[in-house]
Design a protein around this ligand. Structure first.
Ligand SMILES: Cc1ncc(COP(=O)(O)O)c(C=O)c1O
Length: 339
């Protein structure tokens, strides 16, 4: 099988890095203060195996009980645990195409059947009648398109689905709505969040999932003893107790996203309607792969996913104002050169 290819973490400095949907702004001062206050001698001891204090804070933030919260070493760990907890050996894993490219790889690792569902021509929701799987992995907002499916459509899909629906809300803090109410009310729905994007903590590796206590208990049964380390628990607790800076950063990113989308539309690019911290765009006059290469020469790194559905597009993370300005001016020069 082929493994997952993470976005490049460049070794050279001076690149504008718009390729892995990281947050361009620093984490909240509360996190930085908590990091400075850590006594290194405490690392002698194992961490709390069930992340009690952090789960309590996450439960408060999401208006649910602690037994409805599971914390993982990044949301990628939680996705892998779901494929073990909720899929029998003769079961199947469903997901949309295109979506987060890790989903089919997790099915391969688990060695179970894959049941991909092709999105419509403009990457909108499309679901065959009577579709079922043991587990459906759904990114909302979707990656790499950044688009949201209508809440009502998702809700009625979950109501009719026999297996577990994992709604991966990695980018929900940049969106106008979310599915958390479904996780609180439906027995077969999990909603997952990460601290990697909106909280500016991709390097920390913390994600969490909310859902019915029976589903959460299943994840606890199979997890590694100490899946979330002491530093991660301590700093994530500081982050979720101090969400005001995170929210301000999200508002800035949403404003920059709109500005970038408008600028690219002026260059006649096709721009998917993004509810996330990135844009999925189709250049004009030049192939996406070529624009990717030329941006790289200009020290701007974006993400290109070859393939039938995604190969005409580039995924661009929304950076700081200065980064967005630089990107726009470079892309303008490409367009002018075509005239
Ligand atoms: C849709 C989606 N889910 C999950 C993740 C992984 O998040 P984490 O850093 O919490 O493992 C990503 C990262 O890019 C993502 O795009």
């Amino acid at each position: 099988m082929t493994g997952y290819t993470p976005g490049e973490q460049p070794k050279v400095s001076g690149l504008i890095k718009l390729n892995t949907n990281e947050n361009p702004y620093p984490p909240s001062p509360g996190v930085i203060k908590a990091l400075r206050a850590i006594d290194p001698v405490r690392l002698r001891l194992y961490p709390d195996p069930v992340s009690s204090a952090l789960r309590k804070a996450i439960a408060r933030l999401n208006k649910c009980s602690e037994d409805m919260v599971f914390v993982g070493n990044g949301s990628d760990e939680i996705l892998a645990l779901c494929t073990r907890a909720f899929v029998e050996d003769n079961g199947s894993i469903g997901y949309f195409n295109p979506s987060y490219s890790l989903y089919p790889i997790l099915a391969d690792i688990r060695d179970v059947a894959k049941k991909p569902v092709e999105l419509a021509a403009g990457f909108e929701w499309a679901m065959p009648a009577k579709y079922n799987a043991s587990l459906f992995l759904m990114a909302r907002p979707n990656a790499p398109t950044g688009m949201n499916y209508p809440l009502k459509t998702v809700s009625s899909f979950c109501a009719g689905f026999k297996g577990v629906v994992m709604i991966d809300e990695a980018y929900a803090d940049f969106a106008s709505d979310n599915c958390m109410a479904l996780a609180r009310t439906r027995k077969n729905v999990l909603v997952m969040r990460t601290l990697s994007k909106s909280f500016s903590l991709a390097g920390l590796r913390v994600g969490y999932v909310i859902g019915h206590k029976a589903l959460i208990a299943a994840l606890f049964t199979i997890k590694d003893s100490y899946n979330v380390d002491f530093l991660a628990q301590t700093l994530a607790l500081a982050a979720v107790n101090d969400v005001s800076v995170m929210k301000k950063n999200c508002a800035r990113i949403i404003a920059s996203r709109r500005r970038l989308a408008t600028a690219l539309e002026k260059l006649s690019y096709t721009v998917c309607d993004s509810q996330s911290n990135f844009l999925f765009v189709k250049p004009v006059g030049m192939k996406a792969a070529e624009v990717f290469g030329k941006l790289r020469e200009e020290k701007i790194l974006v993400r290109y996913f070859p393939g039938r559905r995604t190969g005409d597009f580039l995924r661009i993370t929304v950076g700081t104002d200065a980064e967005v300005n630089k990107l726009i001016s470079v892309l303008k020069t490409f367009s002018l050169a075509l005239r």
